[in-house]
Design a protein around this ligand. Structure first.
Ligand code: NAD
Length: 390
C-alpha cells in the first residue's frame, strides 16, 4: 500500500517502515561517527522504541558495542493498519544491530506489568546473565495495576489556573490557553504513572533476581525548562511525578544502586507534543538554538549523556546529583532570546519568531515521514517483523 501520514490531534496514526528505518539509520550513523568512551556492555532499556529511549539504545549499542534488551509497547501491522512507528524503529534497530554483530532482543508488552518484568528478567538471565545499565524512559498516559485499577496521568497545573500562549499547530494560530489545575486525585494518579514507583519496582525485581552486575547503574529522564513552562511542567502535575522520580533516584542510590536523573532538553516527541504551551516554546527554542549552532536532537543528547556525562570517569552532575543535558537549552543568552520572542510572538509573525517548519519536520519524522531517500510513492508492505519476536 501507499502509506501517508494521517494526523489526528497531536498523534499520527500511520507510520512508514522505510522512513522509520531511515531515521534509525541516521541515528546509528551519527553515533558511529563520534568518538566513544568506555561504557556498559549489557544494557536494558525500558521504553526503547521511540524518542529518548530509542536514542539511548542506539547509543549504547553503537558507542560501546553493548548487547541491548529493549522493552517496548508497540503494535504490529494488521490489515490496512500500519504498525506503530516504535514497532518499525525496533525492527530496523534489531536488523542493523544483528548485521553489525550486536546482540539485540526485544520484549513487547506493558512495562508496568509484573509479567513483562518477569519475562525481561528471564531473558537477561538466559542470554546476558546480568546488565550493567538500566535506562528507564517510559512516557505513558496510563498505568494499569495488578488488581486492574488504571491510573491516568494529566498535564495540568497545580494550585491555580495558568494562562499563556499556545499554538494550534494544524491551523498555525497562536492564541491564549488557560490550563486548569489538577485535582488532588489527578495529581496522585499522575505520580502513579510517571513517578518513580515502577522504576523502583523494576530495580528491586532485577536486584532480587541477581540480574544487576556489581557496577550496574540506572538512569531516568526528566525536564525542568524556563519559567514560562513551569506552571505547565516543572510545577504542574507532571512536575509532581518528576519530583517523585527524583526522590526515587535518591532512594535507589541510598539502597546501593547508583541512580541518576538526567534532565534532558525539550524536544519534539510523541509525548511532548501533547503538552499545552510547550510545543510553542519548543518551536521558538529550535529557532534560537539552530541560529546559535547548538541545537541537538534525541541522539545528540543521548550520545552526550552516555559518552560525556555518565561514562567519562565519574558521572558529571549538578549539586543535586542530576545530570544536566539541558545545559545548552538553559544558557542565559539562549533563554533571553527565547523570552524576547515569546513576549511578542503572534499568528502574524510565527515564521520569523519560531521554527514551525522544523517542529513539523521533526514531528513527521517520528512516524517515518519526510526522510531523504525514501520513496513515499512506492507500494509498501506494512507487515514488518521484529527479528527477536518472530
Ligand atoms: P516517547 O513518547 O518518544 O517515548 C516513550 C517510550 O515509552 C515509547 O517507546 C513508548 O512505546 C514507551 N512506552 C509507553 N508506555 C509503555 C508501556 N506501558 N510499556 C512499555 N513501553 C511503553 O517519549 P520521550 O519524550 O522520549 O520520553 C521519555 C522520557 O524522557 C520521559 O520520562 C519524558 O518525561 C522524558 N523527557 C522528555 C523530554 C521531551 O521534551 N520529549 C524532555 C525531557 C525529558
Amino acid at each position: 500500500m501507499i502509506i501517508q501520514p494521517k494526523v489526528r490531534g497531536f498523534i499520527c496514526t500511520t507510520a512508514h517502515p522505510a522512513g522509520c528505518q531511515a531515521a534509525v539509520k541516521e541515528q546509528i550513523d551519527y553515533v558511529k561517527a563520534q568518538p566513544h568512551a568506555d561504557g556498559p556492555k549489557k544494557v536494558l532499556v525500558i521504553g526503547a522504541s521511540m524518542g529518548y529511549g530509542l536514542a539511548s539504545r542506539i547509543t549504547a549499542a553503537y558507542s560501546f558495542g553493548a548487547a541491548t534488551i529493549g522493552v517496548i509497547f508497540d503494535k504490529p501491522a494488521a490489515g490496512n493498519r500500519t504498525a506503530s512507528s516504535g514497532w518499525y524503529n525496533t525492527a530496523a534497530f534489531e536488523n542493523f544491530a544483528h548485521a553489525d554483530g550486536l546482540y539485540a532482543k526485544t520484549i513487547n508488552g506493558d512495562a508496568y506489568s509484573q509479567d513483562i518484568k518477569e519475562q525481561t528478567i528471564a531473558l537477561i538471565k538466559q542470554d546476558l546473565g546480568q546488565v550493567d545499565l538500566v535506562v528507564y524512559s517510559l512516557a505513558a498516559p496510563r498505568r494499569t495495576m495488578a488488581d486492574g485499577t488504571t491510573y491516568s496521568s494529566v498535564l495540568k497545573t497545580v494550585g491555580a489556573p495558568y494562562t499563556n500562549k499556545t499554538i494550534d499547530l494544524k491551523k498555525r494560530v497562536v492564541s491564549d490557553i488557560t490550563v486548569e489545575p489538577a485535582t488532588e486525585e489527578e495529581i496522585a494518579a499522575t505520580v502513579k504513572v510517571m513517578g518513580g514507583e515502577d522504576w523502583k519496582d523494576w530495580m528491586d525485581a532485577l536486584k532480587a533476581a541477581g540480574a544487576l552486575s556489581e557496577q550496574a547503574l540506572t538512569v531516568a529522564y526528566s525536564y525542568i525548562g524556563p519559567d514560562i513552562t513551569h506552571p505547565m511542567y516543572a510545577d504542574g502535575s507532571i512536575g509532581k511525578a518528576k519530583d517523585h522520580l527524583f526522590a526515587t533516584s535518591q532512594q535507589l542510590t541510598a539502597e546501593g544502586i547508583p541512580a541518576y536523573i538526567s534532565v534532558n532538553k525539550a524536544l519534539v516527541t510523541q509525548s511532548s507534543a501533547a503538552i499545552p504551551i510547550v510545543p510553542l516554546y519548543i518551536s521558538i527554542l529550535y529557532k534560537v538554538m539552530k541560529a546559535h549552532g547548538n541545537h541537538e536532537g534525541c541522539i545528540e543528547q543521548m550520545y552526550r549523556l552516555m559518552n560525556q556525562k555518565l561514562y567519562n570517569g565519574a558521572a558529571v552532575t549538578d549539586d543535586e546529583n542530576r545530570i544536566r543535558l539541558d545545559d545548552l537549552e538553559m544558557l542565559p543568552d539562549i533563554q533571553s532570546e527565547v523570552q524576547a520572542l515569546w513576549s511578542t510572538i503572534a499568528t502574524e509573525n510565527l515564521d520569523t519568531h519560531a521554527d514551525i517548519d522544523g517542529y513539523f519536520s521533526d514531528f513527521y519524522r517520528l512516524f517515518g515521514f519526510g526522510l531523504d531517500g525514501v520513496d513515499y510513492e512506492a507500494d509498501t508492505d506494512p507487515s514488518v517483523l521484529i527479528p527477536s519476536l518472530m
